[in-house]
Design a protein around this ligand. Structure first.
Ligand code: BG6
Length: 488
């Protein structure tokens, strides 16, 4: 752990994200011996709590959410770093209490695991306490705004005190091993690098299905919907990594410049093409994995007239040279049959079929990238079935070249995305974080879709919980003689 020591300040340390993800991720980094010995971790919340109580709370959360018993040695090191400060985050004056807990000889990292509506207050408070200097890093969680205009307000509030090179906007999908592997797959393999365009690829499918519903988050989710919660960030980020041009280097801005170009090339969806290119759905009661579950409008605290979408399917086109005429079909939804995220690249068919007799239509090669679970990469190829048949009637069979991460990397644990991202923040590498112009380009495109939906007055189509979404989503591809990939 050669990087510098820091004061890692966790604002909103009693919140869901900190409890479920951030504290367990920090602990795993400790276990892997990746935290500098002089680093301090300082929890901040509104509650009056002693450091001992905070340590006990952190222990309980880490035990509950890290899925394995604590390693005593790692816990002893970790708990010795923990500190707690009570701060009323909306009160500028309250930040003086915080000042005594940090040390300017260490780099301060402020993780704002709070609602974005108080990002501005926290920045002002830190400023009033005189603890901001150019070495401080600030980490922002999504959602950054509700649309382009509100994202600008939040980003402006933070920019008043921090420069872009100090700001780390989290999209946790960028920390997933398999998402990182997209860059390796594309740029470390000439077999893919040279076939990666409209000459060879017919279309691309990106599916991020979840079996969970809204998990008691009605208040948040109903305001957001699946488009803002998943498409604006996670799905578009995956799309940029699939579609971007080779960056010059792996440096943060080199990668982010290329991702931005993809976001700027998204063909606008507006009132004239919204019906052909989008499907919105909302789940009704049904069964997921054998369990009966309520419909969206029957969830706890639901407003029964809500028209918020819990499913989105989109046909996305990129107006650039590489991808001309290649549709990217995106779909994501809650209460689908299982949790599965996959990217499937469909290559073009052979121009002429030599195997008419045994295979009247040759299926296309497919590259399937399983992002989660059962992480891996699979290529579907045609193969001769061994046997003494005449050359004209060569028997073919579809086979799979399958790289399963759990088999290939048996001894390597697949780290949670937050572990990777927290480590990168501590190192000070912005490559896996979203730049302001990316957030804005994504919002601009998404805002266009919302405006188009509004102009049609259509409501989301119902789909039964435990299915792959409304029939209209299947029809969107069927109109173009295509079908959604069926996940195993
Ligand atoms: C979050 C969304 O960003 O991502 C949640 O707010 C969603 O609604 C989650 O469930 C999915 O993340 P993962 O890592 O479980 O695929």
């Amino acid at each position: 752990n050669s990087f510098e020591p820091c004061d890692f300040v966790l604002f909103g340390t009693k919140g869901d994200l900190a409890r479920r993800k951030l504290l367990p991720a920090l602990y795993q980094l400790e276990k892997a011996d990746l935290i500098h010995q002089d680093t301090h971790i300082i929890g901040v919340a509104r509650d009056d709590m002693s450091v001992e109580d905070y340590v006990a709370l952190a222990k309980k959360n880490i035990e509950t959410f890290s899925g394995s018993p604590l390693c005593e040695e790692a816990w002893a090191r970790f708990s010795a770093r923990l500190d707690y400060v009570q701060v009323d985050m909306k009160n500028e004056k309250a930040y003086n209490a915080f000042k005594e807990h940090v040390d300017s000889s260490r780099t301060m990292v402020c993780y704002l695991a709070t609602p974005p509506s108080i990002y501005g207050d926290i920045c002002r408070g830190l400023n009033a306490a005189g603890v901001i200097d150019p070495s401080v890093r600030v980490v922002l969680e999504k959602p950054i705004g509700h649309d382009l205009a509100s994202s600008r307000v939040i980003n402006d509030q933070v920019a008043e005190f921090f420069e872009e090179k100090q700001i780390y906007r989290i999209d946790h999908y960028l920390g997933k091993e398999t998402v990182l592997n997209l860059v390796a797959l594309r740029f470390a393999n000439s077999i893919f690098a040279t076939n990666w365009d409209h000459n060879c690829i017919d279309h691309v499918q990106i599916s991020v299905a979840e079996s969970v519903g809204i998990e008691g988050r009605w208040g948040y989710f109903d305001e957001a919907g699946q488009m803002r919660d998943m498409v604006q960030n996670h799905l578009l980020q995956i799309l940029t990594l699939i579609a971007m041009e080779p960056p010059t280097t792996l440096d943060a801005d080199s990668i982010r410049d290329e991702k931005l170009k993809v976001l700027k090339a998204l063909r606008p969806i507006n009132a004239s093409n919204v019906q052909a290119n989008t499907v919105r759905g909302q789940y009704t009661a049904g069964f997921v994995k054998g369990q009966e579950v309520p419909g969206y409008l029957e969830e706890e605290g639901a407003n029964t007239r809500s028209t918020t979408e819990s499913f989105v399917a989109l046909k996305v086109e990129l107006d650039n040279w590489r991808w001309a005429g290649v549709p990217f079909y995106l779909r994501t939804g809650k209460r689908m049959p299982s949790k599965v995220s996959e990217v499937v690249i469909y290559f073009k068919r052979q121009p002429h079929n030599l195997f008419q007799e045994s295979f009247p239509q040759l299926p296309p090669n497919k590259l399937t990238i399983r992002l989660q679970p059962d992480e891996g990469v699979e290529v579907t190829v045609m193969n001769k079935v061994p046997g003494l048949t005449g050359s004209k009637a060569m028997d073919l069979q579809k086979s799979k070249l399958n790289l399963s991460f759990s088999e290939a990397f048996k001894d390597d644990r697949i780290a949670d995305a937050y572990e990777k991202l927290l480590l990168e923040v501590m190192i000070g590498n912005q490559a896996l974080f979203v730049r302001r112009d990316e957030v804005e380009a994504a919002w601009k495109w998404v805002d266009g879709i919302f405006a188009a939906w509004e102009s049609t007055n259509d409501e989301p189509e119902p789909y039964q919980a435990g299915t792959w979404g409304p029939v209209a989503s299947i029809a969107m591809l069927a109109r173009e003689d295509r079908a959604w990939y069926e996940s195993k």
